[in-house]
Ligand binder design. Sequence first.
Ligand code: FE
Ligand code: FE
Ligand code: ZN
Length: 275
Amino acid sequence: MPYLGCHLSASAGNMAMVQTARSIGADTFAFFTRNPRGSKAKKLDLSDCAAAMAALETWGFGKVVAHGAYTMNLCTADSEARAFAAEVLCDDLRRMAALPGQYYNFHPGSHVGQGTAVAVEQIADALKKAMAPGYPVTVLLETMAGKGSEVGGRFEELKAIIDAVGSKELGVCLDTCHVYDGGYDIVNDLDGVLAEFDSVVGLHRLKALHLNDTKNPFASHKDRHECIGQGSLGLEAFRRIVNHPLLRDKPMILETPNELPGYAAEIRLLREMMI
Ligand code: FE
Ligand code: FE
Ligand code: ZN
C-alpha cells in the first residue's frame, strides 16, 4: 500500500509534523525546507530531527518528502540569482542530512529563454556541487506542467538532468496535476504513461508522487491544483493510482487546496479506495 500524507507547516519543528501527520491519519508528509516563496530557513534543531526520525520508525511512516522553495531557480539567466539559488540548494541539502534516508524534492526551474539544454547543464552543475559523495538523502526532481519556460515538463528533460549529474542517487517525484497538464494522459492510459516513464527515465527512479487533481483540461500546461476528485482527473483516476501495482509502497503527498481537516478527509477517502 502506498503511504499517504500532505504538506504540513514546518514552523513547530519535525517532531510536531510527525505528530500532526499521525493525528490526521497520514503516514508520510511533506514540508517546505524554508518559506516556499522566500529564502529564510529555520535554525536546525538536531535533537528534534533525531526525535522525529525515531518516531517515523516507531510509527511505520514512509519516507518524508521535503520540498525546496519555489523561488529557487537553478537555471535563471541572471548569473547572480543563479549562484544564490545554488547556495540555497547547498544549504537545504546540508540541513536535510539531519534526516538521513528521507527525500528532498524540488522544481528543476525555468530557463527563461536560455533554452532547455543550457538549463539542464546549469541545474546539473548546482546538483553536482551540492551533493557530496554518499549524500544520505535522495534528491528528487519534480515532473512539471511545462508552464512558460519550465524545465521538467517532459520525462526526457528529467532524464537529461539525471544523466548530466551522473548520480545514482537522483530520483523523480511525479506530480499528477503537473503530468496531466503537461500532456501525459494518466486518466485514460496510466499504464502507458508509466511505461513511457520506465523507458525514458526508469521506474526505479520514481520515488514519490504528489497527488493533486487539476483545475485545467488535459495538456493545458497551466498547473493549478484542485481537490481530489473535483477536477479533470476525477476520482476514478486516483482509485487506479493508489491501487497501481507499480506505485505500491511509495509516499503520496497531497498538495490540494485544503487545510488540515480537508487533508484528513482526502486521506480517508483515498484509504477507503485502496484494495
Ligand atoms: Fe512541487
Ligand atoms: Fe507538486
Ligand atoms: Zn503544481
